[in-house]
Design a protein around this ligand. Structure first.
Ligand SMILES: C[S@@+](CC[C@H](N)C(=O)[O-])C[C@H]1O[C@@H](n2cnc3c(N)ncnc32)[C@H](O)[C@@H]1O
Length: 243
């Protein structure tokens, strides 16, 4: 049976495509091998492997990577279960990608510093680290009104007769972090309904701050890139740091 964590990850991250052209372009420009940090079930890694790249996908969540290994069967993709702040792969990479604001999940300045040191140690000379950042997220909170749901539409999937729906309910500005809140609902084949609250804390960090932190880890800031916003996803500034 598919673990719930995999289902929610696919529902909440799997449909995002706006950043793929940038990762593909960087992969062509910088070549292999490529390391994706916080790869999840492989939205980006599988796309790059499908284009012939040599990719290692790292994530701290073993369930997500087990699922990724199944999806990558028959390809050259390698997986590594490890924390982004303390990993040793015994290999260096031409390109290290951190898509979808994963770098904002590694804790505050000390967490990012530990990650940047690890990433620096895994880059080949001339190698590049590219990390997508959400600098500003508009705070909001949705309440169910008399006329029904007024917030963003839920992401929905049906699997073996069970319906999974995840709807964003609030983004709260908590100073150092943005709290992103979702309601996850499961309706089984008998109509039984289960509702869970889910919260993710995204560290607030600007591109300029991350570049300063990169310098302290021995990396050199390069021109930034941008990923445009879509109707469903905020845009990102992509910090590029060279070894
Ligand atoms: C927003 S998801 C992005 C998944 C994938 N890169 C994508 O773009 O679809 C963030 C991922 O980072 C992983 N993650 C969070 N903290 C981590 C850490 N300290 N070390 C490694 N991975 C981490 C999570 O398990 C999750 O799979």
């Amino acid at each position: 049976m598919t673990p719930a964590e995999v289902i929610w990850h696919d529902i909440e991250c799997g449909a995002y495509e706006e950043d793929l052209p940038l990762w593909r372009m960087l992969a062509r420009e910088h070549g292999d091998p490529i390391l994706e940090i916080g790869a999840g079930t492989g939205r980006v890694s599988l796309d790059l492997v499908g284009r012939g790249h040599d990719v290692t996908a790292l994530d701290s969540d073993a369930e997500l990577l087990t699922e990724l290994a199944v999806r990558a069967a028959g390809t050259t993709l390698q997986t590594a279960v490890a924390d982004a702040r303390s990993f040793t792969l015994g290999r260096r990479f031409a390109l290290c990608l951190v898509p979808m604001q994963a770098i904002q999940l590694f804790g505050a300045v000390e967490g990012r510093a530990a990650f940047l040191r690890c990433a620096r140690a895994h880059l080949l000379p001339g190698g590049v680290l590219a990390a997508a950042l959400t600098e500003v997220v508009e705070a909001y909170a949705v309440v169910d009104g008399a006329r029904g749901w007024a917030g963003p539409l839920p992401d929905i999937r049906e699997l073996d007769g069970v319906v999974y729906a995840s709807r964003p309910t609030a983004v709260r500005d908590e100073g150092e972090v943005f709290l992103i809140e979702r309601l996850r609902e499961i309706v089984d084949a008998h109509g039984r309904r289960e509702v869970q609250e889910n919260r993710v804390a995204l560290q607030r960090v600007s591109a300029a701050e991350l570049e300063r932190e990169g310098r302290r880890a021995g990396l050199r800031p390069l021109p930034r890139a941008r990923i445009p916003a879509t109707a469903d996803y905020v845009g990102s500034e992509v910090v590029m740091l060279g070894a």
